[in-house]
Design a protein around this ligand. Structure first.
Ligand code: HEC
Ligand code: HEC
Length: 155
């Protein structure tokens, strides 16, 4: 059977894919050298529970790494539930309740729906606060990084 140009091209594409992927896999393995797997016990055993890290907020607050960053949460959130009927974050962060506890009101952007319509309640797209806002623990990064915030990059 003779190869048609189309099948030859297909074979070349498959080869390129196989070699391409192997190459990528190899360089990834090189990069990850020396990094331990997150699972330390074999699959047949239960791993020890990780340490529970204490939540930490710097004395002068978190600041933001770039203008559009969702601000980090400076307080505990363990007790605050979000269900379809009730969002406990909003008892303190919705106007006018926020004025009673001196909490910042959620951003005006949180009252605008997907179509750009301004609402009198938090938009569904912003309902699950912890999708974007999270507290912090003083934990060592698993992998080193050279992250610079937006002001450091400008310097
Ligand atoms: C009992 C009231 C109360 C509740 C409930 C509450 N917060 Fe707060 N929150 C505050 C107050 C007060 C502050 C401001 C200052 C502080 O704690 O340092 C704040 C600050 C914040 C900030 C920082 C805002 C900024 O501009 O830096 C975020 C984000 C936040 N809260 C998110 C949440 C989320 C998400 C929930 C629900 C899981 C929640 N809060 C529940 C009172 C509350
Ligand atoms: C899709 C991501 C997203 C969700 C969900 C979300 N936020 Fe935000 N939030 C942001 C971003 C981004 C900012 C900062 C920029 C801005 O003002 O929109 C912000 C700002 C804030 C601020 C600071 C407002 C200010 O004027 O400084 C508070 C407080 C806050 N959010 C609370 C909440 C609470 C409470 C919820 C849940 C009801 C929530 N957010 C849900 C992304 C989100």
């Amino acid at each position: 059977m003779t190869k048609t140009p189309a099948s030859a091209a297909r074979a070349a594409a498959v080869l390129a894919l196989v070699f391409g992927l192997t190459g990528a896999g190899y360089s990834l393995a090189q990069e990850l050298k020396g990094i331990k797997s997150l699972r330390e016990a074999p699959l047949t055993e239960d791993s020890a529970a990780p340490d529970v890290l204490k939540q930490a907020t710097p004395a002068d607050g978190f600041g933001r790494a770039y203008r559009q960053q969702p601000p980090l949460i400076p307080h505990k959130t363990d007790g605050y539930q979000i269900t379809t009927e009730n969002n406990q974050c909003m008892t303190c962060h919705d106007w006018p309740g926020n004025t009673r506890v001196s909490a910042p009101k959620i951003s005006e952007t949180h009252y605008v729906d997907r179509q750009g319509v301004r609402l009198d309640k938090v938009a569904g797209t912003r309902y699950f606060c912890q999708q974007c806002h999270v507290p912090q623990a003083d934990a060592k990064p698993l992998v080193g990084n050279a992250f610079k915030n937006a002001t450091q990059v400008q310097n």
